[in-house]
Design a protein around this ligand. Structure first.
Ligand code: SIN
Length: 315
């Protein structure tokens, strides 16, 4: 592997990786994922993704829905295929392709082509499920001339920046994640399916998780789906969560992605929150296809002693 002064690295299988910010995000050029990648190429790509804190943008991709799905399945099973998404969202799936969720402000014959204003709040995809999202893989087919950026907050960096004492306290806590939080906040009532408010769309997760691949700890709460901290009073829970959200979204922990047409962006929901900026209404059309890979059930820091190798808190 050789590096240039701009930080660009030519990876062994032949693609280039260039950091996009000091903390997270890298751009990959010289790769075409419409073709099947050899195992070692896929492993190198995945390593670059993990090394750059879970945000990788592959430029200039030309993908059919089948190719997008085939590439995504290399990461693991997909929502919509191996497990269904909540009914409120199902209406935005690409017909004939249940693994593809359409995110768009386009309307055809009076019908929305995708979910408009999807994710216009900080969240981690599908965190209300027992097995939430691992990777989300978003393909930009049409973008407005300006606006429509997506922000990513590193929950790993946010966790690392807390005091050892608070980290220790947070590691013992769990929080409820519930689709009803986002539904109440950002879905219009005519879109919501009431069946989504029970059963599998509500789950208790550790407030601090250990990433199964990097071993790094991260905060795992988000304003979109976390309803409360278990065992805390309402006011206590709100105060703690609001502090964590303010802390995690400090500019130094955030990467802002300015889209180019045909970007394929892969992000890691296990260590990031994201926010889609809805500032382009009336300025242009945005049409994207998202696949969502299912994660393992998150593991709390207390249950994952291997992470102690990386985190050397003496508490
Ligand atoms: C989402 O998946 O939350 C939407 C992201 C985006 O539209 O930028």
């Amino acid at each position: 592997m050789s590096a240039t002064r701009s930080g660009t690295k030519r990876d062994a299988p032949g693609f280039f990786v260039t950091p996009l910010s000091a903390l997270s995000g890298a751009e990959v050029t010289g790769i075409d994922v419409s073709e099947f990648l050899a195992d070692e190429h896929f492993a190198a790509l995945k390593k670059a993704w993990l090394d750059h804190n879970g945000v990788l943008v592959l430029r200039d991709q030309s993908l059919t829905p089948e190719q997008h799905l085939a590439f995504s399945r290399r990461f693991g099973p997909l929502f919509g295929e191996a497990e269904s998404l909540q009914d409120t969202v199902k209406k935005y799936l690409l017909p004939g392709f249940p693994g593809i969720y359409r995110v768009s402000n386009k309307v055809e014959d009076g019908k929305p082509l995708g979910r408009a204003r999807a994710g216009t709040y900080w969240h981690s995809d599908v965190s209300f499920r027992k097995r939430p999202a691992m990777a989300s893989i978003l393909y930009a087919m049409e973008i407005p001339p300006v606006g429509g950026d997506t922000l990513f907050a590193s929950m790993t960096a946010a966790y690392d920046a807390l005091s050892p004492l608070l980290r220790k306290k947070l590691r013992r806590l769990r929080a409820v994640h519930d689709f009803a939080v986002a539904a109440g906040m950002s879905y219009s009532p005519d879109v919501i399916e009431n069946g989504d408010f029970d059963g599998q769309n509500r789950h208790l997760h550790p407030v601090v998780t250990t990433h199964p691949e990097t071993g790094r700890r991260a905060l795992f709460v988000n304003p979109g789906f976390t309803s409360h901290v278990q065992g805390f009073g309402h006011e206590e829970s709100r105060a703690l969560l609001n502090f964590l959200y303010r802390h995690a979204t400090r500019p130094e922990f955030v990467y802002r992605h300015r889209w180019r047409k045909h970007d394929l962006l892969i992000w890691d929901n296990r260590c990031l929150m994201h926010y889609a900026v809805a500032d382009y209404e009336g300025k242009g059309e945005r049409y994207m296809h998202r696949t969502t890979v299912i994660a393992e059930e998150p593991v709390g820091a207390a249950e994952a002693p291997a992470a102690e190798v990386i985190h050397t808190d003496s508490d």
